[in-house]
Design a protein around this ligand. Structure first.
Ligand code: HEM
Ligand SMILES: N[C@@H](CC(=O)c1ccccc1NC=O)C(=O)O
Length: 273
């Protein structure tokens, strides 16, 4: 089709991109599609401290990644339960890549000095990452369910509490993996599960997909523990042995949480091989 006069004029002016980039009609813009006016208006420092924007930005970025992880881990759970083990493995590549970013991202916050954090820390209490609803949803979906958080997260609104209750009621990643094992004729009762995990580990020729999926689950567990460790190291750099704004002992509480395991039987399995 011959170029229109406007296209000819634009291609004559090399500085302008040709309309062929889909600007005909200009119905949807980058900013409108990503709702950037709303998104970039959501960083509201409470103090005049120059490092508070960093503090807010990194938390909001974490929460956006948590939102994506919840979406992908739900799809992985449903793929495992539905026998689509290839799809679960495919999505785990994405989950592991995001979780590596979450670990690396801690160093951005470590560019803030404790002196500059103290410029605004006083306005934060009693807010704390302890109140991250999505972080608890990730723990519940991964298999560590603790309904005590429903009472402890006093600032959670009704919709957030409903999400937490749904996560407590729904199957976990581990439940879905047990379903995948049972669909291959492997026993999954408490008394027999370790034998089934050993059967998979010792016969990767027959169960290569189930073995690789167990390794993917373990990488999710390991990378989350890695983030917990990097978080507490960062905390000790920022506040030392001070107690937390959320009311905890601070670093000692957080160090205790680094020992958490989503899939204890997959770790215990190593001792039996
Ligand atoms: C200067 C930076 C930070 C400091 C000093 C800090 C400190 C703390 C402390 C002391 C706690 C224990 C609860 C409390 O008493 O407050 C905590 C919990 C937590 N923080 Fe942070 N934090 C920082 C940054 C972050 C960031 C960037 C995130 C990312 C989302 C985050 C997520 C969490 C989560 C999820 C918990 C709950 C951990 C659990 O209960 O296992 N924190 N933080
Ligand atoms: N608990 C932190 C305060 C803090 O880091 C924070 C405060 C408000 C919102 C998110 C936070 N991040 C993690 O706890 C502290 O004790 O300094």
């Amino acid at each position: 089709m011959a170029a229109t006069p406007d296209q000819r004029a634009r291609t004559a002016d090399a500085s302008l991109p040709p309309r062929s980039f889909g600007e005909e009609g200009a119905r949807l813009s980058y900013g409108d599609y990503l709702r950037l006016r709303d998104l970039l208006a959501q960083q509201a420092p409470q103090s005049g401290a120059s490092d508070e924007l960093l503090f807010i930005t990194i938390h909001q970025v974490y929460e956006l990644w948590f939102k994506l992880l919840l979406h992908e881990l739900e799809r992985i759970r449903d793929a495992m339960a539905g026998g689509e083990l290839w799809h679960a493995r495919h999505l785990f590549r994405r989950v592991h890549a995001v979780e590596r970013v979450l670990v690396e991202q801690v160093q951005v916050l470590e560019t803030m000095t404790p002196q500059d954090f103290l410029e605004f820390r006083s306005v934060l209490a009693p807010a704390s990452g302890f109140q991250s609803v999505q972080f608890r949803e990730l723990e519940f979906l991964s298999g560590v369910k603790d309904e005590a958080y429903l009472a402890r997260l006093r600032d959670a609104d009704d919709a957030e509490l409903a999400r937490l209750r749904r996560r407590l009621a729904e199957p976990t990643l581990w439940d879905a993996y047990l379903t995948a094992l049972s669909q291959r004729g492997l026993a999954v009762s408490d008394a027999e599960i370790m034998d089934s995990l050993l059967a998979v580990a010792r016969d990767r020729g027959s169960y290569d997909d189930l073995w690789e999926l167990a390794e993917d689950l373990l990488t999710h567990d390991e990378t989350t523990a890695h983030w917990r460790m990097r978080h507490v190291q960062m905390v000790e750099r920022q506040i030392g042995t001070k107690s937390g704004t959320g009311g905890s002992s601070g670093a000692p509480y957080l160090r205790g949480r680094t020992r958490m395991q989503f899939f204890p039987l997959l770790w215990e399995l190593r001792a039996w091989l």
